[in-house]
Write a protein that binds this ligand. Structure first.
Ligand code: NDP
Ligand code: 8X3
Length: 255
């Protein structure tokens, strides 16, 4: 059956790939990100390619009031969100703890933890009213193990991991599913953002690897939403075959 799916961070990477996946399967989408030009372009593509119904909902997840106003402005069927892909997030910098930049730390905490919470809180309220819904939280292998110079980024994803567990317990009485998705290295704009536009450093992250693609991750997320009403994947880690966890890789020069 057709679902209403709200995707945060749909202007790139996993969010954009999820938008394609859900739209291709006939769902109606509410797409979010800060770059409205990208949302508009994506909306045109999704409408032309899949005849999808698309609502643009641009906001900055860090702005508590903007998030609440945007979610509370949803009317009619658009307010009946079946699936939230709580995906917007970023890493900034990869530095030793003693050398890292406080501004980077603040932005990661404000986006990945506080923004994540603002969206989850506002949408879960709509789901509680209907006694149904599925929240997919974007964590990471970095939310399972810390790695050198990962400090605050890892901590934000550990927070997402803990909050997914808490939400699953607290929303249990309302029948709301909560799934934590924990991908390993994936080829999106993530590293370019992390290294502030330094393409050489960003590309080195994938040296000798065939990493996950955004579409790989979107396929897995979509699958989690196709299970029977009484079944929930609570916690799912996926990596490329050359990655064991946040730390161990099997890099090959011909990849
Ligand atoms: P991308 O950089 O490709 O996409 C990030 C998305 O997040 C963009 O759409 C961006 O939109 C949005 N975003 C960032 N900040 C905000 C904000 N303040 N308000 C609203 N939207 C925002 O990265 P990925 O797709 O790779 O990352 C998506 C999620 O997956 C993140 O949470 C990341 O931590 C996680 N992740 C990534 C992995 C990887 O290797 N790629 C692995 C594991 C987890 P805009 O700039 O337009 O606002
Ligand atoms: C993104 C994956 O390993 O770069 O969360 O932290 S990693």
């Amino acid at each position: 059956m057709k679902k209403i799916v709200l995707i945060t961070g749909a202007t790139a990477g996993f969010g954009e790939a999820c938008a394609h996946k859900f739209a291709a399967n006939g769902d109606d989408l509410i797409i979010n990100g800060r770059r409205t030009d990208r949302l508009e372009k994506l909306s045109v593509v999704l409408k032309n390619k899949y005849q999808a119904n698309i609502l643009l909902l641009p906001f900055d997840v860090r702005d508590e009031k903007e998030v609440a106003a945007a979610i509370n402005s949803l009317e009619g069927n658009w307010s009946k969100i079946d699936v939230l892909v709580n995906n917007a997030g970023l890493a900034l910098g990869r530095d030793y703890f003693d050398e890292a930049n406080l501004e980077d730390w603040n932005t990661m905490i404000d986006t990945n933890v506080k923004g994540f919470l603002y969206v989850a809180k506002a949408v879960s309220q709509l789901m509680v009213n209907r006694k149904q819904g599925h929240i997919i939280n974007m964590s990471s292998v970095a939310g399972k193990e810390v790695y050198e110079k990962g400090n605050v980024y890892c901590a934000t994803k550990f927070a997402v991991d803990a909050l997914s567990k808490s939400m699953r317990i607290d929303l249990l009485r309302h029948g709301i599913k909560v799934t934590s998705i924990n991908p390993g290295a994936a080829d999106t704009e993530f590293s370019l953002v992390r290294f502030k536009g330094d393409e050489n450093t960003a590309n080195k992250i994938y040296d000798g690897l065939k990493p996950l693609s955004a579409a790989d991750v979107a396929d897995v997320i979509y699958y989690c939403t196709t299970l029977p009403a009484h079944v929930c994947i609570n916690d799912l880690t996926l990596t490329c075959v050359q990655q064991a966890n946040a730390i161990y890789f099997n890099r090959q020069q011909d990849k």
